[in-house]
Design a protein around this ligand. Sequence first.
Ligand SMILES: Nc1ncnc2c1ncn2[C@@H]1O[C@H](COP(=O)(O)OP(=O)(O)O)[C@@H](O)[C@H]1O
Ligand SMILES: [Mg+2]
Length: 476
Amino acid sequence: PAAARKAKVLLVVDEPHADWAKCFRGKKVLGDYDIKVEQAEFSELNLVAHADGTYAVDMQVLRNGTKVVRSFRPDFVLIRQHAFGMAENEDFRHLIIGMQYAGLPSINSLESIYNFCDKPWVFAQLVAIYKTLGGEKFPLIEQTYYPNHKEMLTLPTFPVVVKIGHAHSGMGKVKVENHYDFQDIASVVALTQTYATAEPFIDSKYDIRVQKIGNNYKAYMRTSISGNWKTNTGSAMLEQIAMSDRYKLWVDTCSEMFGGLDICAVKAVHGKDGKDYIFEVMDCSMPLIGEHQVEDRQLITELVISKMNQLLSRTPALSPQRPLTTQQPQSGTLKDADSSKTPPQRPPPQGGPGQPQGMQPPGKVLPPRRLPPGPSLPPSSSSSSSSFSSAPQRPGGPTTHGDAPSSSSSLAEAQPPLAAPPQKPQPHPQLNKSQSLTNAFSFSESSFFRSSANEDEAKAETIRSLRKSFASLFSD
Ligand SMILES: Nc1ncnc2c1ncn2[C@@H]1O[C@H](COP(=O)(O)OP(=O)(O)O)[C@@H](O)[C@H]1O
Ligand SMILES: [Mg+2]
């Protein structure tokens, strides 16, 4: 127990195939503290946070058909998954809010992650950079933003790419050849209750990705093989290219947005006209690609350690066990190294010095607090973090993993839930330079149209709405 107290807990939100515990094995922070890695996907996590600075994270994993819940108190978070996507079961913003509420330090900052939950909101930052640097240095694609379908009447030139809502992996991106098709797409946007953007379709030679992890820079080009205009769909070829001052300026400037991004990447298409068109920035959820993924993971590891050293204090954390007047079963099961030793007393502020407060943009409403499901059961094991099992329950719905296939070398996407039969073997050999990548996404179920509970009801509603929108939009 004495040794266990000398550990800081790092929560890594990532897919299971990325073994972060391995990366942090043997590493120390604050001199002699071990780093205990807890890794889970967003869909397996829940948390409770109290205003007095106490909090607990619950992690549910299925083991042999039994749901195992572990409760622990992370000191730091590394987030490697999209916090939000409009595909089904991809909205984890309530967890980001909870982590911010708990004052958890993280990479990237929770503030920036929250800000990355709307692509046009991020693009607005690119627009600001474009205004500062100018189009020579920062060739941003010309984009138009529509809060809804109503202004989507026509455009001066075609073809364009319409991008609907906040989605990843090429989802919701449509190439539109003429203004009839544009109106068709506008009618689809009318059903989505979200925003859309339109930008010129660039006849491209290849995509460029300039990534920055801490102070490490790499640039890649990705060329479509299968001919799909989205190089992240179908087969593509990936090659590392030389970093230039120009690329460095792009990514350095972008890394300053939202108070600073520890990890980010700028994406551009390189047109057959020889020009670059910047169209996107990715944050810490960006998939690692290319032949240096092991090194990149190492760089992220070092970045996390240096941030932990900077932000964590040696003072043992306080007990999240009996916050306020809570009677929740899960808090009684906490036996985390730090917490179990500390008497329940009034805590000093949590989460390191100077954690930003109140970052939620106005107008966002906190979701009602969800208490972890399951009965109160005694701990079934006496590991340093307690675990308890409950009767098998329905696993969370299928989770589509955002941008994973987008530029990633990974061949599979849309991983099934833990209990489901595997679609494709996930682990894959290390990518070689110029290796062919194949990825395709499939719209699962009702895709980005967030459907109501009853499917027939939803279908009927869709048809009704279609009729209405066609009537109102396209009849003179
Ligand atoms: N305006 C455009 N012109 C040509 N190709 C584009 C354009 N915008 C995107 N693409 C291609 O489509 C891919 C996916 O677009 P992107 O906006 O990154 O969607 P997502 O993030 O959902 O994958 C890009 O990697 C690029 O190859
Ligand atoms: Mg993208």
